[in-house]
Design a protein around this ligand. Structure first.
Ligand code: BES
Ligand code: MN
Ligand code: ZN
Length: 493
């Protein structure tokens, strides 16, 4: 989907479809500018329909009109925006996502989108344009790796022209971010027999090949052994698909500027290992590499945005399988840091692969490290599917990530990482154990990770609830690519 700006008269647009917002009418409320100009062009037809309740104005409701008189475009999509005086980022996104979904199934090859000119409370024109573009592109996504679109599938929309006071640079930025989100979703949705640790490595190689300022480093098990990454190796040792540590480095700033490092959990399938998971819904554990997918996606977006920063992206990729060679409960493993871990549950594998990736990443002397992981079911219990969890001891870093989430509406919420929780992972047989019991399961996982980044400016994002949807609109959400990309953009000063 390509983006451009629309500057003509709306009624004269020759695109296949016009997308315009409609607010609930109250005594003295204003309608959207597009609604008003189209209403005039149709000789008042739209306001008549609205008065007789034939146009839905609740946020996210769609009304299609065909060949309205006085309008050149054959179709008009009216998108409910709710009350004009409550038009915030949430309702705006509801409208844009609904419009995107309707556009995706409409067979329109081109469209004009007027939602991007609306006034959204506490947001400027650039935000509104970028968000509209990203939300339409989000709905344009179609998974194709193992299913080709059928003969009757509705084709993607080639081009959308937006009405906005903001400029072309915003659209170029939106296209860069959309590409990162799209890549993340393709990786996330790929099945675990194809999306193996080596497949993630291959994705990274191709990204490095296509971008001048990007280099790639792939560690295979032999190199991991030499470095002492026995925790990452332990998780992978039960699988026929050997683990990989994948690193991408982008030099957008001076050679010696400290890099921002994103670390992703890349468990390409999580059976639980010897502490095997119940069978029901186990297929969802193909999404256990969504942390990796999102850091790769955010990295790609940052490179496409040509951010003047040094950025590295590190993926700890392994498959967690039960096997004669698999690691087991009771094992004590020496991590790359030298700290020992007693394994009490092989299903707490995410923290095992991440601890070595964090130790390895710390050697880059980063300006900040943020790891992203579908780490705990407890996070879904705590925050549901609406927010990622932020855990860090660094208030300023928490604030940066929180505001990037608020700004992009790819929201995150902080959980405490107080030292009081640390004793839950103490054990007599090693420096720590890999589970902390029932209370505060997400936080004790964060505590575990914190022990490997003691002198680093580090934060952990648990995306177990945000990374994918099941049932309606199922699939990888591409979160938190928007949050991470915003956070990196904000670092450019
Ligand atoms: N990948 C899972 C976490 C998960 C579960 C994410 C459900 C999304 C939905 C992780 O590896 C895991 O199994 N965690 C265990 C930890 C426990 C053994 C301490 C969990 O959450 O049950
Ligand atoms: Mn697990
Ligand atoms: Zn897992």
């Amino acid at each position: 989907m390509d983006f451009k700006l629309f500057t003509d008269q709306l009624a004269h647009a020759d695109q296949d479809c016009i997308i315009a917002g409609v607010f609930k009418t109250t005594k003295d409320s204003a309608q959207s500018p597009a609604f008003n100009s189209l209403d005039t062009a149709t000789g008042g037809q739209l306001s008549d329909m609205l008065a007789s309740h034939d146009i839905a104005s609740a946020a996210g409701k769609i009304t299609w009109l065909h060949r309205p008189t006085g309008i050149n475009s054959p179709r008009l999509m009216l998108v409910g925006c709710g009350n004009a005086d409550e038009f915030d980022a949430g309702n705006f996104r509801k409208a844009c996502m609904a419009a995107g979904k309707a556009l995706r199934s409409s067979r329109a090859a081109s469209a004009v989108c007027a939602l991007s000119e609306l006034d959204v409370s506490e947001r400027d024109a650039a935000w509104t344009l970028q968000t509209a573009a990203l939300d339409l592109a989000h709905n344009d996504y179609l998974y194709t790796r193992t299913k080709k679109p059928g003969k009757n599938a509705s084709p993607a929309t080639d081009e959308v022209a937006f009405i906005s006071a903001a400029g072309d640079t915003v659209l170029a930025q939106a296209a860069a971010i959309a590409a990162g989100v799209d890549s993340a979703r393709h990786l996330g949705d790929a099945p675990p027999n194809l999306c193996t640790p080596e497949d993630l490595a291959e994705h990274a190689r191709q990204l490095a090949d296509s971008q001048e300022k990007v280099t790639v480093e792939i560690l295979e098990p032999e190199a991991m052994h030499e470095l002492g990454m026995h925790a990452l190796l332990a998780v992978g040792q039960g699988s026929a698909n050997p683990p990989r540590l994948v690193a991408l480095h982008y030099r957008g700033a001076d050679g010696d500027d400290a890099p921002y490092v994103l670390v992703g959990k890349g468990i390409t399938f999580d059976t639980g290992g010897i502490s095997i998971k119940p069978g029901a819904n186990m297929e969802q554990m193909k999404y256990d590499m969504c942390g990796a997918a999102s850091v790769l996606g955010a990295f790609e977006a940052a490179v496409r945005l040509a951010l003047p920063l040094n950025i590295s992206c590190v993926v700890a990729a392994a498959e967690n399988m039960p096997d004669g060679k698999a690691y087991r409960p009771g094992d004590v493993i020496t991590t790359m840091s030298g700290k020992t871990v007693e394994v009490l549950n092989t299903d707490a594998e995410g923290r095992m692969v991440l601890c070595d990736a964090l130790t390895w990443s710390s050697r880059m002397k980063p300006a900040a490290i943020v790891d992203v992981a579908t780490l705990t079911g407890a996070c879904v219990v705590a925050l549901g599917h609406h927010a990622s969890a932020i855990m860090t001891k660094h208030d300023s870093l928490a604030d940066e990530l929180f505001s990037a989430g608020q700004h992009t509406h790819d929201r995150a919420w902080r959980l405490p990482l107080w030292d009081d929780y640390q004793q839950q992972i103490d054990t007599d047989f090693a420096d720590m154990k890999n589970v902390g019991g029932m209370p505060a399961g997400s936080i004790t996982a964060g505590c575990f990770l914190s022990r490997f980044v003691e002198d680093q400016r580090w934060a952990h994002l648990d995306i177990a609830g945000a990374a994918w949807q099941w049932g309606k609109n199922s699939g990888c959400t591409g979160r938190p690519v928007r949050l991470l990309t915003q956070w990196l953009s904000d670092r450019c000063g």
